[in-house]
Design a protein around this ligand. Sequence first.
Ligand code: GAP
Length: 440
Amino acid sequence: MTNLMEKIVSLCKRRGFVFPSSEIYGGVEALWDYGPLGSLLKNNIRKLWLERFVQEREDTVLIDGTVLMHPKTWEASGHLESFTDPLIECKKCHARFREDQLTKKECSQCGGKDFTSPRQFNLMFKTFLGPVEDETHITYLRPETAQSMFTNFNLAQESMRLKVPFGIAQTGRCFRNEITTGNFTFRSREFDIAEIEYFVEPGKDEKQFDIWLDSWEKFFLDLGLKKENLRRYEHPKKSLAHYSKRTVDIEYKFPFGWSELAGVANRTDYDLKRHAKFSGQDLSYHDEEKKKKYYPYVIEPTLGLERALLAVLCDAYSEVKGGRTKTTQATKEIEVVLKLSKKIAPIKVAVLPLVRNKPELVKKAKEVFQLLKPYFTCRYDDVGSIGRRYRRGDEIGIPYAVTCDFETLEKNDVTVRDRDTMKQERVKISDLVQCIQKQL
Ligand code: GAP
């Protein structure tokens, strides 16, 4: 892992963004918990996504499907057959590896040199529905949210009287028994996907693909990612997923190299037709205006929320050498500033009394804190020098610090400090909510 990645992992743990899952037992590979700030940040990314792609559009509806689905779903989707990685097994200790990950053809667990030939290993987690653990009760934890948008195609379309083109959107938990892990949260075994199945008339799919690719990419710019850290990767035909006619990844320049952040795929009519075949139900669309029936093609923009969160943290992380705050002595200490987009910062405002040993000032600052709390996520902080408190806020990306000082007691105004410019402005307490709202 690069130096920057190590710093981010450390910041995430120290400041409550991301913790190793079940750490008291030594953690579990590729499972991560989102702490107090990480869960707020992830929530804010999801919120922005829902605003852009559900609230602000007239042609997209949201659903919330189950993680466990009818087992036939995974036969129909092709995941049982094709959602696999080829693995070889050590004949001595039975550890499994991807062949290309083995150095010198030697088992990293026991040193054994004798392996089975590669066999397909399905990445879906298997479980049982109900108390009987036999073949007929097997099902799987969903590896993508897409399938319930296909199985609910008729119900969503009819209940909402939707006309093609329209989209069904969903965010939710997905599970993959990943073999290749590492790089912090990048490839986790449990994560949230946010994706849309956008149903279009066949023949209009290619144009819609390009439109979606542009708006998908724009979303990442809206999240605050720098343009130069984003690029597109067109999948060659031979590496396309089993359902795809065309896939373009949006890659981000992570500290460990350019890697997939999100994607857009043209899934054609593959899924609807397969579910129609396996369920015996007609899943075609009746176009009343054109008086014809057809199976729509599907454009699927998809994104992992935790990948977006990791990209956002990498992009926002910056270091400044000493003395960002006038009130501290200019030391040569490295100060971390997390330049998160103000829209998604987990905490928006820090409320600070200039000193903590003046009861009137503390009382006033607590009043300001109570005033702001219904509108913004706020943190009250009165421990340490004012400079140290500014830095604590900068390190977790708080965009605004509101300080109550002695003038506050006379004039009923406060200073508002901007994290990025460090400029301070005096604002009347009565105007404070509006003033901050305007800038977020
Ligand atoms: N329905 C299409 C689909 O699931 P995918 O490329 O396999 O496509 C979608 O996954 C997105 O989910 C990816 O672009 C990536 O952002 C995220 N993702 C995939 N595997 C992940 C993992 N193991 N951990 C975290 N995020 C993952």
